[in-house]
Design a protein around this ligand. Structure first.
Ligand code: HEC
Length: 149
């Protein structure tokens, strides 16, 4: 009787695990889609989903230039003046492998809460004043746009 119970539980775990795995694989494929339509789906599930306004896009560009490029570089290559001596170095956003692996949600989370909040280097600072504002999605979109073509 116990054996049966354990076996049944075991199956439940296997089923749950494979369902979760299927979900992850699907999301990553969508996020990595080069067509852009997949990215829109991922963005919709990541937060809000409504299209960014031109004002938000402009604000994101300004914030990137004033707060992020000092470390990540103006084109996101990870070569800003303050990148010197940082280990690990600021992420190179032009890296297409990284772009394919990382979710929109992760990008938005590290921007708002910093590297320390997501198990990354605390040298990546949090931006608590921007958290929950559309500009975080704008920054994520800006970062996606820096991928090497
Ligand atoms: C003081 C330097 C510094 C500044 C300023 C900075 N970053 Fe970073 N950033 C880093 C470092 C260092 C990492 C690498 C963290 C790691 O890999 O552990 C990083 C990583 C990231 C990542 C990648 C996270 C990952 O998991 O690969 C994103 C996205 C990011 N930064 C966005 C931004 C944005 C947007 C801004 C401006 C709002 C910004 N950063 C400002 C230093 C900085």
């Amino acid at each position: 009787m116990w054996g049966n119970a354990i076996r049944r539980q075991g199956w439940a775990v296997v089923l749950a695990a494979s369902a979760a795995w299927g979900g992850i694989a699907c999301t990553e494929k969508e996020a990595a889609s080069p067509t852009g339509s997949g990215t829109a789906v991922a963005a919709a599930s990541a937060g809000g989903g409504e299209a960014l306004t031109p004002a938000v896009r402009k604000e994101a560009e300004e914030v990137f230039n004033s707060r992020c490029s000092v470390c990540h570089g103006p084109r996101g290559a990870g070569d800003g003046p303050a990148s010197k001596g940082l280990t690990p170095p600021p992420r190179n956003f032009q890296d297409t492998d990284w772009q394919g692996e990382v979710s929109d949600e992760h990008i938005e989370k590290i921007i708002a809460y910093g590297g320390g909040a997501v198990g990354r280097s605390p040298a990546m600072p949090p931006n608590p004043d921007l958290a929950d504002k559309p500009v975080v999605r704008g920054l994520r979109e800006h970062i996606r746009g820096l991928a090497a073509k």
